[in-house]
Design a binder for this molecule. Structure first.
Ligand SMILES: Cc1cc2nc3c(=O)[nH]c(=O)nc-3n(C[C@H](O)[C@H](O)[C@H](O)COP(=O)(O)OP(=O)(O)OC[C@H]3O[C@@H](n4cnc5c(N)ncnc54)[C@H](O)[C@@H]3O)c2cc1C
Length: 489
């Protein structure tokens, strides 16, 4: 008889795990607390506008190809991808940089701001490309069970890069602060300060400049829909509005879950819900990590988000826009070192309808604004409004566009929503940061050490935050289950 697996959550990692396990013949049932699948990548639709509620940057297309390829499919079987040009625009206080879709055009921008820097940039990206290949081949597809997994001839010669920071590496050759900010931006996806992120993670710069920024037509949610269709075609059953209330343990082994007071038995449980929350579904004696453990971890930021429908096209903006017109150093201190509402926040504005007509009614613009903030901050309607005012004012000063006068509606999302909707520890947005001490085998493991047949996946475990790592995490946990099952048999 097929072994039964219960999967908690329906984010990228849970959907990924469900596909791999179903392909191997497991009987997979997935339970999601919210009324739609996708987790942090859910979609909001209103008055003809479409918003991705979380991820909007489609980076590392090779990882998506590899995922669908494992099932004999291609991304194009499920969604259409466009490569963005410019990939994105960064606004500083007095000017801006556009990052094009080729190294040649990016080098041109670098030369404009720091003559002679294109030579360094090519060298920096060549090294980043090598790191990317090593990361993909030797690091990110490892289950994080032992430090030895990371020891390969290629990683040994680069061990020094794990003890230098990306910030230090970038500053060696790039003196123009705008170029420094541009090169430090990609590692922000890993959830930590560039000054706390190992230099090896320059592979994110290759992901940025080398592989480019893509957009699935109709939004990132098309990827979720594709994965859901794939999972269902493999026999996975998906139940929404189904919060798991308890993980059931008998004789030290997980035997199922409780949903709406009903017991659902299974041979294995895999949770893609946040790790801290998953353990709270167990009796205390079965939890691996104490409250003190979690409170010492560096969490990735939370976010204050706004989804805004504008009644006209917004001029002078691109699909992705970063407002780096204030001091990131100060904002980073207010996120990581002395958590508080930021005095002068950097922010990100996404207008997918600039390149994709499906995202807003004709003649209108869909806008998504994100301010990174420390997790656990007090979240009130007053704070949200105060920060909306700040960014709208800055938006007008910098772009010359009085967007505020053209708002048809706006919705906001912040710490309290992350907690209430995703059971996120302190309302984090992107899980746990990838600092040196929170990398690979140093992250919470894929397998419980206290409960047999209980597994974890997702952005708090390996390899870390972001959509491509979540896809990989689902594969890693499935491989581990399939391997340990073969050993049992
Ligand atoms: C605002 C924002 C912007 C981002 N931008 C990007 C980006 O541009 N590019 C990128 O690559 N990444 C981005 N990320 C990160 C990326 O979205 C996440 O890393 C990824 O989606 C996490 O997937 P996951 O499966 O680990 O977790 P989640 O998506 O959080 O899935 C966990 C699921 O578990 C469910 N759940 C929780 N508790 C229970 C329970 N008791 N019972 C049942 N279900 C439960 C939750 O509802 C949720 O659906 C962004 C994230 C956010 C929040």
């Amino acid at each position: 008889m097929n072994r039964k697996v219960t999967i908690i959550g329906s984010g990228f990692s849970s959907l990924s795990a469900s596909c791999y396990l179903a392909k191997q013949g497991y009987e997979v049932a997935l339970y999601e607390k919210n009324d739609s699948v996708g987790g942090r990548a859910r979609q909001l639709t209103k008055e003809g506008f479409t918003f991705d509620m979380g991820p909007s940057w489609y980076w590392m297309p090779d990882i998506f190809e590899r995922f669908f390829g494992d099932f004999g499919k291609k991304p194009s079987d499920y969604y259409h991808l466009d490569k963005l040009n410019p990939a994105y625009k960064i606004y500083f206080s007095e000017d801006s940089i556009s990052i094009g879709d080729s190294m040649e055009s990016i080098c041109g921008e670098f030369e404009r701001l720091q003559p002679g820097s294109a030579r360094y940039l090519r060298r920096f990206i060549a090294k980043a490309q090598k790191n990317y290949q090593i990361a993909i081949n030797d690091i990110v597809y490892r289950p994080g069970l032992s430090p030895l997994e990371l020891v390969t001839p290629d990683t040994i010669v680069r061990v020094g890069q794990f003890f230098k920071t990306i910030s230090g590496e970038v500053r060696k050759h790039f003196k123009n602060p705008k170029l420094v900010a541009t090169l430090e931006f990609p590692v922000l996806f890993l959830g930590a300060k560039p000054s706390d992120t190992p230099a090896f993670y320059s592979f994110m710069n290759y992901a940025d400049f080398g592989l480019g920024t893509w957009h699935p037509r109709g939004g990132m949610y098309k990827v979720i829909q594709g994965m859901k269709a794939l999972a269902e075609s493999l026999g996975v059953t998906i139940a929404t509005n189904s919060p798991v209330e308890k993980i059931l343990v008998r004789d030290g082994k997980s035997v199922g879950v409780q949903v709406h007071g009903t017991t659902i038995e299974s041979d294995l449980v895999v949770s893609g819900a946040d790790y801290h929350h998953t353990e709270s579904l167990l009796e205390e004696k079965y939890r691996q990590f104490s409250p003190a453990y979690w409170s010492k971890k560096v969490f990735a930021p939370s976010s204050l988000l706004f989804y805004v429908g504008f009644d006209k096209k917004i001029t002078g903006v691109e699909h992705h826009n970063l407002f780096f017109d204030t001091d990131f150093g100060q904002h980073a201190i207010e996120i990581y070192d002395a958590p508080q509402w930021p005095s002068k926040p950097l922010f990100y504005a996404n207008f997918p309808s600039v390149t994709d007509r499906e995202m807003a009614p004709d003649g209108c613009e869909a806008g998504f604004f994100l301010i990174p903030i420390a997790p656990g901050l007090e979240d009130t309607p007053q704070f949200r409004e105060q920060y909306f005012d700040i960014i709208m004012k800055r938006f007008r000063e910098i772009t010359g566009e009085d967007a505020r006068a053209h708002i048809r509606f706006k919705e906001s999302f912040c710490v309290n929503d992350f907690i209430e909707q995703y059971n996120a520890y302190k309302g984090n947005a992107y899980g746990m940061a990838n600092t040196l001490r929170q990398t690979a085998f140093l992250r919470p493991g894929l397998k419980s050490k206290k409960v047999k047949d209980l597994f974890f996946t997702g952005q708090l475990t390996v390899p870390g935050p972001g959509v491509p790592p979540a896809l990989i995490s689902g594969k890693l946990v499935s491989d581990l289950i399939i391997k340990s099952n073969k050993q049992v048999v």
